[in-house]
Design a protein around this ligand. Structure first.
Ligand SMILES: [Zn+2]
Length: 444
């Protein structure tokens, strides 16, 4: 008996020890979580330490090409403002700061990154870190006020993958949350490029049942494809991941009427999640040999440096000339920005009435060329939303992520000099195009 009860006691004690250890372990784990939490709060407090109670309202945020564009308003006393900056604040104080543009409103200010859609925060330049976006208002008396940002748009967080450089990519999550204050954050991490994400999309104009312009037995579709394929090859030599809209195997059923089909060129460009799309064409004019040279088309409200580099480099490397076409929408040598004219908008409204759908929301600032308009999402006023059943639907018409787009008319197919040059010196055109892309996306 004696023996047994002793054993029982021993067993009881063992259980007590185990229980004690478990309790200590739980307590330690709790303490650790509290420590981590307080650490987080401390860090959060650092960022939001000087933030005012009023929050800035974000009314627009768009990624177009490689740039993040924001717009918003702030209900503050708008007197004595020196300037307004966007601070990207990090816990380890590797902050970035850039000046914002602003206008005074009745009860505050409206701020925005740039009037150009391809300017703003260059996402390619961000280092790996977590950046909190804070609006900093500098007053004329030298004092500054800080405001956190609350998302008032219909768009939730987005993911952005940087262009492949040295075989590397970053992923940037642009997201919103709430700690003590609402906040906007850009979280940059190193990652691999997912299978379905490309750096660049190349569009070879026309194709399949659509030959494009024809002259002297040559078809625009074939010459554009030859140039586009070589551009793709050269870009791939730079380690870029390039998607091409067609490869010449497309059948007759592929034509101008299939642009907005599920696998039509607009939707596959959207699905590519590329940062840029370059569409290659040859021009044509009613009277052969009456015009010649290079025309680069860009959407409106753009910084045109990229477009200008295309025009300059193609002229230089292909030994050709800027287009001789002198027209209302010519901006500078070789650069053209074509938007809808008043009567074209009226035509579109009339068509909608006849067919019984609500007219598209287009203005004289809407890009005329569908390739430049529809690939940019809301940044460029894409509108093919399926209401005209005949056309199909751009699945990305209301996206706040768009591709920066350029349409390159490399020369006139019905100009004998241009045609000869394109036939005999294709590599010169390719070099002009590839050189521009290299320069503009910073790849050596
Ligand atoms: Zn064309």
């Amino acid at each position: 008996m004696e023996q047994k009860s002793k054993e029982k006691k021993k067993k009881n004690n063992t259980w007590k020890y185990i229980l004690a250890i478990v309790i200590i372990f739980i307590a330690l784990a709790d303490a650790y979580v509290i420590f981590l939490d307080s650490n987080k709060k401390m860090k959060t407090r650092d960022i939001f330490e000087d933030v005012e109670k009023t929050e800035a309202s974000l009314t627009e945020y768009i990624v177009y090409g490689t740039h993040l564009r924001i717009k918003g308003n702030l209900l503050i006393d708008n007197e004595n403002i020196q300037n307004i900056n966007l601070c990207l604040m990090t816990i380890n104080k590797k902050d970035l700061e850039a000046e914002l543009k602003y206008t005074k409103t009745a009860n505050g200010i409206e701020f925005y990154t740039s009037e150009f859609i391809n300017e703003g925060i260059d996402l390619e330049q961000l280092d790996i870190n977590e950046y909190y976006a804070i609006i900093k208002v500098n007053k004329t008396d030298g004092k500054s006020q800080y405001y956190s940002i609350k998302n008032q748009t219909d768009y939730p967080s987005i993911e952005y993958y940087t262009i492949t450089k040295n075989g590397k990519n970053n992923k940037i999550d642009i997201k919103f949350g709430q700690k003590v204050y609402d906040y906007m954050m850009l979280q940059v991490k190193n990652t691999y490029l997912p299978k379905d994400v490309y750096d660049i999309a190349i569009d070879a104009g026309h194709g399949g049942g659509d030959p494009g312009a024809e002259y002297g037995g040559y078809r625009e579709a074939d010459l554009a494809l030859k140039c586009a394929k070589e551009v793709k090859q050269e870009l791939e030599k730079l380690d870029l991941k390039v998607m091409i809209t067609r490869d010449g195997t497309e059948g007759k059923e592929y034509n101008a009427g299939t642009v907005y089909k599920e696998n039509g060129r607009i939707n596959i460009i959207g699905k590519s999640k590329a940062k840029y799309v370059f569409s290659i064409h040859l021009n044509s004019i009613d009277k052969p040999n009456s015009q010649s040279g290079v025309e680069i088309y860009a959407p409106p409200k753009m910084n045109l440096d990229f477009a200008k580099a295309f025009a300059n480099n193609i002229v230089k490397y292909a030994n050709t000339n800027y287009s001789t076409l002198d027209i209302r929408y010519k901006v500078s040598n070789g650069i053209y920005v074509r938007t809808f004219k008043d009567w074209e908008i009226q035509d579109s409204i009339n068509e909608a009435k006849t067919k019984g759908y609500k007219p598209y929301d287009m203005t004289e600032e809407t890009p005329y060329l569908y390739m430049l308009r529809e690939t940019g999402g809301i940044a460029t006023g894409a509108y093919v939303d399926g209401r005209n059943a005949q056309y199909g639907k751009n699945l990305f018409y209301d996206s706040n992520i768009g591709l920066e787009a350029y349409l390159l008319e490399i020369g006139y197919i019905n100009n004998d000099n241009d045609l000869n040059n394109i036939l005999n010196n294709n590599s010169g055109y390719v070099k002009g195009i590839v050189q521009t892309i290299k320069e503009k996306i910073n790849i050596d």
